[in-house]
Design a protein around this ligand. Sequence first.
Ligand code: AMP
Length: 296
Amino acid sequence: MQVLNTIADFKQYRRGVSGSVGVVLTMGALHAGHLELVKTARAENQTVITTIFVNPLQFSANEDFAAYPRRIEPDLQLFRDAGVDAVFLPKPEEIYPEDFSTYIHVEEVSLGLEGERRPGHFRGVATVVAKLFHLTQPTRSYFGQKDAQQVVVLRQMVRDLAFPLEVIPLPTFRETDGLAMSSRNQYLTPEERLAAPIIWQAIKAAASVYEAGERDPNILRASAAEVIHTEPLAQLDYVAINDPKTLRGILEPTDQPMLLSMTVKLGKTYLLDNSLLPFHLNNRENLTQFLGSPSF
Ligand code: AMP
C-alpha cells in the first residue's frame, strides 16, 4: 500500500493507475463503518484509493477540529489489511495553501438540517470533496447513509458540475445495540454510551408507527421525539422528515418515501442518525435511487 502525503506525489501515483477506481474519503479514526465502505470499493473496482484528511474547513469555530481523534498508524494498518492500494494523507497546508480562495457552495440542499445547525459545514465538505475528487479521479465514490445530507449535497455538486463519477451511498453500519458507528462515539462517557442506543430505538419506533399506516409527518416525528425524551441524558436537537431527493421538509401526509433524520446531544457530543421510511428502503439500491447519483 502506498501512502502519499503531497499533491505532487499523489498525482504522480494516480497517473500510473488505469481501470476502475473506487474511492473512500475519510477523516480517519477508522471504525467498522468506514471499513464496510472500503470492502465494497475493493469488491467493485480494480484499484482502491482512500484519503485521511481532517478538513478544517468543515468545522466551525466552536467545534472540535483540534480535538478530533487522530490515529494515523492504526488507521493505515486497517487500510492495509482491507486491501487498499493507496492512501492520500495530506497536511492541511497541502490542501489549503495560504492563497487558497476557491469555495464550492451547493445551495438549497445545504441549508436545512445539519447545514442549519453547522453554518458553513457543507461549504467546507463540498470544497474539499471537489478537490479530492479531482485528485483521486474516482470511477465510484462510496459514502455512508449516516451522513445522508452530505450524500445529497455531493450528488447535487456532481450533477451540477458534471463530475465524471458515481456517488454511491451504503447503509449505516451499526454497533450490535443499534448505535450508528461514528468516530465521535469515543467522546461519550460510559454512561452516555449506554444511553446512546436511544437514538436507534427512536428511529425504530417511528418506523413501526409508519409500518402501522401512519403517514402524518408530525405524528411520525413526535413518535421519535417521545422516545428520546425518555432518556434523561439525551437532548433532542432536532427530528425532521424530508423528501430524500430534495431535502425539502414534508409537511403533509404522503405515501412518498420520507427521510427521517435526527441529531441528539449526549453530554457535549452531537450524534446523528437517519432512516428512510418505509424502513425496508434502507438498502443500497434504494439509497442510490433516493440519495445517490446515477452512473455517469
Ligand atoms: P468520516 O470519517 O466521519 O468523514 O466518514 C467518512 C465516510 O464514512 C463518510 O462517507 C461517512 O458517511 C462514512 N461513515 C461514517 N460512519 C459510518 C457508518 N456507521 N456506516 C457507514 N458509513 C459510515
